[in-house]
Ligand binder design. Structure first.
Ligand code: SF4
Length: 157
C-alpha cells in the first residue's frame, strides 16, 4: 500500500483488469506467482469502494512487491503473437495503454478520486474501447469490453 494509509496508488489499466476479472465472474482474487499485490488491492477495493485512488503510471501498489519490479522498471514481456504491432516490453505496453486511458478519462498522474468515482468515469467513457486496444484483434477487444462492462455494473451495483 502507499505510505499514506488508505490511499491506493494505481495504474488505470490495473483497475480495469480488476473490473474485468469481476465481470468474468471472479469472486476471489488469488495470489499470483509473480508476487504482485493485485489480489490484496482488489480485495481492499471490493471491501471499500470509496477508498481513495491516486493515479500512477509507473510502479503502483500492485507492482511494488512484484518480482518483475526491478528498481522501478517492469522487466516482464508480453505475448506479441496475437498483437504483433505491440512493444514486447510489458512496461512500454502498459505505459502506452495507461496513457490512452488517461487521455480518454482526462486523468493525469497524481490525480485523486475514489474507486467508485473512477469506475463511474469508466462507465461513462467506455462505450467503445477499440482505440485503446488498437493493437489487439477485434474479437479479443470485444471480449474485454464485455467483461469490463459487466465488472463495472457489478462494482457499482
Ligand atoms: S506491470 Fe510488471 S511489475 Fe507491475 S505487476 Fe505487472 S509484471 Fe509486475
Amino acid at each position: 500500500m502507499s505510505t499514506q494509509e488508505d490511499v491506493i496508488s494505481i495504474k488505470p489499466h490495473h483497475f480495469v483488469d480488476i473490473l474485468r476479472s469481476l465481470g468474468s465472474g471472479k469472486s476471489k482474487y488469488e495470489a499470483h506467482p509473480y508476487g504482485h499485490a493485485q489480489h490484496i488491492v482488489a480485495e481492499h477495493i471490493l471491501r471499500d469502494r470509496d477508498v481513495i485512488f491516486e493515479i500512477e503510471l509507473g510502479m503502483d501498489d500492485i507492482c511494488l512487491p512484484c518480482k518483475h519490479n526491478i528498481d522501478g522498471i517492469c522487466d516482464d514481456t508480453i505475448d506479441t503473437s496475437f498483437r504483433p504491432d505491440a512493444p514486447s516490453s510489458k512496461g512500454e505496453w502498459n505505459l502506452m495503454i495507461d496513457r490512452r486511458w488517461c487521455e480518454r478519462l482526462q486523468l493525469k498522474p497524481g490525480d485523486r478520486m475514489t474507486a467508485r468515482e473512477l469506475c463511474e468515469l469508466l462507465r461513462d467513457n467506455t462505450s467503445d474501447i477499440t482505440d485503446i486496444y488498437r493493437e489487439v484483434p477485434a474479437d479479443r477487444v470485444a471480449e474485454r469490453a464485455r467483461k469490463l462492462k459487466a465488472g463495472i455494473e457489478k462494482f457499482l451495483d
